[in-house]
Design a protein around this ligand. Structure first.
Ligand code: FES
Length: 116
C-alpha cells in the first residue's frame, strides 16, 4: 500500500467507511476492462485484491462485502473454502495451498482510498 502517488487514481471510498477487519467490493475499470476487486482494512493498513479465487476463478465473497472467515483472521472463498492471508493473499488452507490472490495497488491520500 502506498501512502501517496502522482499517478491517476480511481476513487474507492474513504478510509473511515471501513471498520477494522471489514471489506468492501468494487467493480472498477482496469485497462478499459471491468474488473471486480475488494479491499480489506486491518488496523491502519488496507489491502486490495482481484475478486477471483485462484482455485476455480470464482468470486470469493459469501455475501456482498463479506470476504472474511468467521474469526476475521483470513480471507475465505465461498466456493470451496480456501483460506488466504489478509496481508499477502496467499492460500494457507484448502484446495489451492500456496497459490495467491492477485493484489491491486492502493493509494491512501488524505483519508481516501484510491485504486492506483
Ligand atoms: S473456487 Fe475458491 S476454493 Fe475453489
Amino acid at each position: 500500500m502506498k501512502k501517496d502517488s502522482a499517478v491517476t487514481n480511481q476513487f474507492l471510498c474513504k478510509l473511515s467507511d471501513l471498520e477494522d477487519l471489514s471489506c468492501k467490493g468494487f467493480t472498477v475499470d482496469v485497462k478499459q476492462n471491468s474488473s471486480r476487486i475488494f479491499i480489506i482494512r486491518k488496523g491502519d493498513d488496507v489491502f486490495g485484491y482481484l475478486n477471483v479465487c485462484p482455485h476455480a476463478l470464482a468470486p470469493l465473497e459469501w455475501n456482498p462485502d463479506d470476504f472474511l472467515d468467521e474469526n476475521k483472521e483470513h480471507i475465505i472463498c465461498s466456493m470451496h473454502a480456501a483460506k488466504f492471508t489478509i496481508e499477502e493473499g496467499v492460500c494457507i488452507e484448502g484446495p489451492c495451498i500456496g497459490a495467491s490472490l492477485t493484489s491491486v495497488n492502493l493509494v491512501i491520500k488524505d483519508g481516501v482510498i484510491y485504486l492506483s
